[in-house]
Design a binder for this molecule. Structure first.
Ligand code: FMN
Length: 202
């Protein structure tokens, strides 16, 4: 007999499990929940991309990731802050579909705090000369040789701050799906106003 799973049919345990997955993913590089797909856009042009989860705050119901302010998704988010963030953990057999409202943070206290925590090497992403998605007539990393070869000091990496932003995603709902041989389970946690938990047919 396999171990009974506490979060199989218990709403409180499900919520606990979800936040445990999200907060662990921020610290644990090998977590399957560390790299969700972030989807945004409008009714004409929706697009998804993988991002790295950098913060998960259960008390205030938000998650955060970092990006380059020059990415075309930034304008899209500003026009339409509604987004979807999709997670799947094969080991956990859990899918999370998060709906959120995004806020672009740029050169403020939130970005300062995150930038300080961003290591010298990870700052390389923000040192590309032209913004992500810029056309190039040859294959390129977008980096000057100096940065390409990691030949830069922490001080020089500060130049990346002008391109750095933090996308804060205020969670409105989380849809949880758990795959189990004895029967899948699915539920919706609505966080708009007073919290509401609803079971759904998987
Ligand atoms: C494992 C992985 C992690 C990534 N993490 C991020 C991230 O945290 N933030 C980000 O903006 N892009 C990240 N990217 C790159 C995006 O998926 C995407 O290629 C890039 O943001 C450019 O597309 P966009 O401007 O439409 O977002 C990551 C890609 C991969 C494969």
């Amino acid at each position: 007999m396999s171990e009974p799973i506490s979060y199989y049919e218990n709403s409180e345990e499900i919520e606990k499990k979800i936040w445990s997955l999200l907060t662990t993913a921020v610290k644990d590089r090998s977590s399957e929940f560390r790299t969700p797909v972030f989807i945004c856009g409008d009714d004409q042009d929706l697009d998804g991309r993988v991002v790295v989860l950098r913060k998960a705050d259960q008390q205030n119901n938000f998650i955060q990731y970092h990006s380059d302010i020059r990415s075309s998704k930034i304008e899209k988010i500003k026009k339409n802050p509604k987004c979807s963030i999709l997670f799947y953990g094969k080991e956990e057999k859990i899918q999370l579909r998060v709906k959120a409202e995004c806020e672009v943070n740029y050169k403020n206290d939130i970005t300062k705090e995150s930038w300080e925590k961003t290591g010298h090497i990870s700052r390389k992403c923000y040192l590309v000369t032209s913004g992500p998605g810029t056309k190039s007539d040859k294959p390129t990393s977008g980096l000057d040789n100096k940065f390409e070869n990691f030949d830069f000091t922490k001080e020089e990496s500060e130049a990346g701050y002008k391109n750095f932003c933090v996308i804060k995603c205020k969670i409105q709902s989380i849809e949880w799906l758990y795959l189990a041989a004895k029967g899948h389970r699915r539920a919706l946690i609505d966080l708009n106003g007073s919290k509401n938990f609803t079971w759904l047919v998987p």
